[in-house]
Design a protein around this ligand. Structure first.
Ligand code: MF3
Ligand code: CO
Ligand code: CO
Length: 256
């Protein structure tokens, strides 16, 4: 399938969807505390998306996913399923991944949350992961190649003695949740697809404290680190513009 380019009015709709997804991540922040279950967080997000935003939570029933958000705690890399049995405890690190559909267009974003006071090494993993995402975003402009972006993420992660998950990647986004191209978070400079204005895709690096290897749990969704060590992820949906980039899922406290 070819890579779709979005025009100005289509990007405006992507921005609307992206801003709703970003708003969910802000809304839920005050609820992320020791003692709450990830199913409670899912219910709060579901209600906010459906009732307040009059939008659709894209994960719900997507390829059989049973909930409205993904909640990935500690050694869970991605696609954690919210559960009444998963009660957050002091020191956990949590990724909440929100994707909404508004007016037929998708916005996809995730961030890490500290539950209470995680140890310094866990906080550092989260911070470096966000720095990798920000460095990648700042590179986006027409002519830059996907391999340049992957290589920058990989080298920053590895310089900090972390590994990059290989088995999952970013993706084009638009009327569909997942479109071409695949956006790898590792690679070689001067390789891969050159970016063009109008492309919209996510960048969503997953960094592991230990080895990059992942394992899929028997539930068919939850992806964990094989060595049981911590993993972190941040994600934004980005549009390539004539002069550079627009972060469609930007939160007000972010630099760009
Ligand atoms: N939001 C995830 C992503 O960044 C995809 C989740 S698929 C689901 O691409 F089914 F688990 F929701
Ligand atoms: Co995504
Ligand atoms: Co996502």
């Amino acid at each position: 399938m070819p890579i779709s380019l979005k025009n100005r009015s289509e990007i405006a709709k992507m921005r609307t969807a992206g801003q709703l997804a970003a708003e969910v991540l802000e809304m839920i922040a005050e609820h992320v505390k020791p003692g709450i279950s990830t199913a409670d967080l899912d219910r709060l997000c579901h209600r906010h998306i459906v009732e307040k935003q009059q939008a659709i939570p894209a994960p719900l029933n997507y390829r059989g996913f049973p909930k409205s958000i993904c909640t990935s705690v500690n050694q869970v890399i991605c696609h954690g399923i919210p559960s009444d049995k998963k009660i957050l405890k002091n020191g956990d690190i949590l990724n909440i991944d929100v994707t909404v559909i508004k007016d037929g267009w998708h916005g996809d974003t995730s961030r890490m949350y500290h539950v209470g006071q995680p140890p310094a090494h866990a906080q550092r993993l989260c911070r470096i992961t966000q720095e990798c995402l920000y460095q990648a975003i700042e590179m986006v402009r027409p002519g830059v190649r996907l391999g340049d972006i992957g290589a920058a993420i990989q080298s920053r992660a590895e310089a900090n003695h972390y590994s990059i998950v290989r088995d999952y990647c970013g993706h084009g986004i638009g009327r569909k949740f997942h479109e071409p191209p695949q956006v790898l978070h590792y690679g070689e400079p001067n390789t891969g697809l050159p970016l063009e204005a109008g492309m919209c895709f996510t960048i969503e690096p997953m960094l592991n404290a230990g080895s990059h290897h992942s394992r899929l749990k028997p539930d068919g969704w939850t992806v964990v680190t094989r060595d049981g060590r911590l993993s972190a992820q941040y994600e934004h949906s980005i549009a390539v513009t004539e002069s550079g980039f627009e972060v469609l899922t930007r939160r007000p406290d972010e630099p760009f």
